[in-house]
Design a protein around this ligand. Structure first.
Ligand SMILES: *Cc1c(COP(=O)(O)O)cnc(C)c1O
Length: 384
């Protein structure tokens, strides 16, 4: 069709219905499909867990956006993670970024370890450390990248990690939730599998939980398709519709949210109360060259610390009015949170723990003047 993502976001998976001309793919709720004689399937559909037209439309959409041959939809981002981990076998080693999403780490560490998957972490920003970690002990079967990371916005060189992983025969997985295919397309940098929590930017409106995986490997796709049906963590047709509806406006939402975040990040960096700002768009971000090579825009997530510490950070998060104090991210409305006691409570005390006074913003698409005024008033209120 085109390789322009703005066009794909609007049109992929949205062929007008051949029977009715409906421009929007219908929400197909039927759980079972009439067969024309035993095994005579119409369009390949037989039972809703194995395949559903609304889910197919979403899977086609995400594959097109990521430039992949195959897409898969799941009931949540963690269900998508689980389905990628089904590709491993007992005794396999999984090497993860030392800054992965807390729920990803919990699943690997608390669940899959019991089934013999050995997970360890390394700072994937440091390619010589990655090479050393891959070479130390058993060769990993899979390397798990998340970039930019949550909540410190560390940026990993996907091509660099994928090259080292491939040389060792390991698969590279990229959690692309923070960037979305609008900002970054990991398959183009050598990743084998890309994962999304569609709950965040792809859904984009804080009203649906979902997960997506893409790959261009036919062999991996066949195994993913088997497990999608065998384990059954599929999304409802209505959830698929909501994620697809969100994706239609992905390009314009990401442009606006990223521009707003850039403005707020520079403004915060100049404030006397603010200690350090973590944002891939800052001129002094430690991986500025990788950001420029790998990402179209720096995105809309940022975090910062205050000189006055944790108490002031808690007061700030309680004092904003437009920025809602809540977990999650990636929607039209701006959110504020303290990762240590909230989203990252599950990794407290582990090597993945984050600074107690860190404040994280998910910047939305409101007027940046209003957002800045909200932060300014809250910073003044929290100083006392
Ligand atoms: C939210 C999130 C997940 C988990 O997704 P759910 O939809 O909540 O299951 C995984 N990775 C990242 C980076 C996330 O932000």
């Amino acid at each position: 069709m085109t390789d322009k993502i703005e066009t794909l976001a609007v049109h992929a998976g949205a062929e007008p219905d051949p029977h009715t001309g409906a421009v929007v793919p219908p929400i197909q709720l039927s759980t079972t499909f009439k067969q024309d004689g035993v095994g005579g399937l119409r369009g390949g559909y037989e039972y809703g867990r194995s395949g559903n037209p609304t889910r197919d439309a979403l899977e086609e959409t995400i594959a097109a956006l990521e430039g992949a041959a195959h897409g898969f939809a799941y009931a949540s981002g963690l269900a998508a993670t689980q389905n990628i981990l089904y590709l491993l076998s007992p005794g396999d080693r999984l090497l993860m970024s030392d800054d992965v999403y807390g729920g990803t780490w919990r699943l690997a560490d608390k669940v899959w370890r019991r089934y013999g998957i050995e997970t360890d972490t390394v700072d994937l920003r440091d390619l010589s450390a990655v090479e050393a970690a891959i070479g130390a002990g058993k060769t990993p079967r899979m390397v798990w990248v998340e970039t930019p990371s949550n909540p410190l916005l560390k940026v990993i060189d996907i091509a660099g990690v994928a090259r080292l992983a491939a040389a060792a025969g390991a698969l590279t997985v990229v959690d692309n939730t923070f960037a979305t295919p609008y900002l970054q397309r990991p398959l183009e940098h050598g990743a084998d599998l890309v994962l999304h929590s569609a709950t965040k930017y792809l859904g984009g409106h804080s009203d649906v939980i979902g997960g997506l995986v893409v790959t261009s490997s036919d062999e991996l796709a066949e195994r993913l398709r088997f497990h999608q049906n065998a384990a059954g963590a599929v999304p409802s047709p209505f959830d698929c519709f909501l994620v697809m509806r969100g994706i239609r406006t992905l390009a314009v939402r990401m442009e606006r949210a990223s521009a707003n975040a850039g403005t707020l990040a520079s403004w915060l960096a100049d404030r006397a109360e603010v200690d350090s700002v973590h944002y891939p768009g800052m001129p002094d971000h430690p991986a500025r060259d990788v950001v420029e090579r790998q990402m179209r825009l720096p995105g809309a997530m940022l975090s910062f610390e205050l000189h006055a510490g944790e108490g002031a950070a808690r007061r700030l998060a309680a004092a904003t009015r437009l920025f809602t104090l809540a977990e999650s991210l990636g929607a039209v409305e701006s959110l504020i949170e303290l990762p240590a006691p909230m989203t990252h409570a599950s990794v407290a005390g582990s090597s993945l723990a984050v600074p107690a006074g860190l404040v994280r913003l998910s910047v939305g698409i409101e007027s940046v003047d209003d957002l800045r005024a909200d932060l300014e008033a809250a910073l003044s209120a929290s100083a006392g």
